[in-house]
Design a protein around this ligand. Structure first.
Ligand SMILES: C[S@@+](CC[C@H](N)C(=O)[O-])C[C@H]1O[C@@H](n2cnc3c(N)ncnc32)[C@H](O)[C@@H]1O
Ligand SMILES: [Zn+2]
Length: 326
């Protein structure tokens, strides 16, 4: 049973209103939106909870997941109680209101955001999952490209911020955990997870996260993951590899290129890893030409070692399915 006392999921609408905008699987036009599934039993699509108008239920385990303020909360209760997800959600809830403004001034971060969206290669009508979407820096760019975006995050406040700024766009938000995604195998054409993997504590959980991202990708689809690198400049600057950071972040794990590559290739897949977020120094910027130069530079090993972000791309062959959960 989902935890009803979760105080962060504040909503002003009634659950009935909210539910009206989150149609259950059987009312969704075929191919329009991948149905929500039980995060514990991702092969089971959720349905309107019998005898209740305020949730989605799993016919297999009988769990009822609430829909609050238009946002289904599809995280297995156990995780929220036991493994620090709640503290993580509370942290990002507090950050939600000024996150975007602070990021906008960070040229390297924004270069990484642009590179992530570009690498995904998503186009009009594609069903895209933005996992760990935060305030929607990437989600809104994908909507602008005509994609149908399902945006998932732990933080209800970040999701509310995103919804407020993408009104009318093909967007659906869901509160959930990237290590147990509430979607069926192969549900999405494209999957993006930007700047979130580094906040997942523990190698095992990070592996689980990548495995889940790949699981919900259709054969022939593309997955892009970006993560902070423990880069040469960061080491010189004395930044921590693991732990809390000086600028309010609860937990970060900065990966070496080799660590990231091993994660992206597990289970084995054709992954490509390169640096992102290494824009030319501001004084060298000359319009479109410098953007092209940055793209070329980002193919090189030197720039990858200096880049703030690592960007990994997995392209699933047309005939390949990824590890399934029951
Ligand atoms: C640095 S922000 C990145 C947000 C956005 N993708 C971007 O690039 O601006 C990290 C986000 O990861 C989310 N997050 C952390 N752990 C998560 C988990 N286990 N499941 C879902 N989201 C998570 C946080 O709530 C936060 O919004
Ligand atoms: Zn279930």
């Amino acid at each position: 049973m989902a935890n009803q006392d979760y105080s962060l999921s504040r909503g002003t609408e009634t659950n009935r209103d909210a539910y009206a905008r989150v149609p259950p699987a059987e009312e969704t036009p075929a191919g329009a939106w991948p149905p929500f599934c039980c995060p514990v039993h991702p092969r089971t699509a959720l349905a309107a909870s019998a005898g209740s108008d305020d949730g989605l239920s799993c016919s297999r385990c009988r769990a009822v997941y609430p829909v609050w303020g238009g946002t289904p909360r599809l995280a297995p209760d156990l995780n929220w109680q036991n493994n620090g997800l709640r503290a993580e959600a509370e942290h990002w809830d507090r950050e939600a209101s000024d996150y975007e403004a602070r990021r906008a001034d960070d040229g390297r971060y924004m270069a990484g955001v642009e590179a992530a969206v570009r690498s995904l290669g998503a186009g009009p009508g594609d069903a895209v999952l933005d996992a760990g979407c935060g305030n929607g820096l990437t989600a809104r760019r994908l909507i602008a490209r005509g994609c149908r975006v399902t945006a998932l995050d732990l933080s209800a406040e970040s999701l509310a911020y995103l919804r407020g700024r993408a009104a009318g766009g093909p967007l659906r938000v869901v509160q959930g955990d990237v290590t147990s995604l509430p979607f069926a195998d192969g549900a999405f054409d494209r999957v993006l997870c930007a700047n979130t993997l580094q906040h997942i504590p523990g190698d095992g959980a990070r592996r689980l996260c990548v495995r889940e991202l790949a699981r919900v990708l259709r054969p022939g689809g593309r997955l892009v993951v970006t993560a902070q690198q423990y880069s040469v400049p960061r080491r010189w600057a004395g930044w921590v590899k693991e732990g809390p950071t000086g600028n309010r972040v609860r937990y970060i794990y900065r990966m070496s290129r080799g660590e990231f590559r091993r994660l992206m290739e597990w289970p084995p897949a054709a992954a490509r890893v390169r640096g992102a977020g290494f824009p030319l120094p501001y004084r060298c910027k000359v319009g479109g030409a410098s953007k092209r130069a940055e793209r070329v530079l980002q193919q090189t090993g030197f720039v990858t070692a200096m880049a703030d972000l690592l960007i990994g791309t997995v392209r699933l062959p047309d005939d390949q399915r990824r590890t399934s959960r029951s």
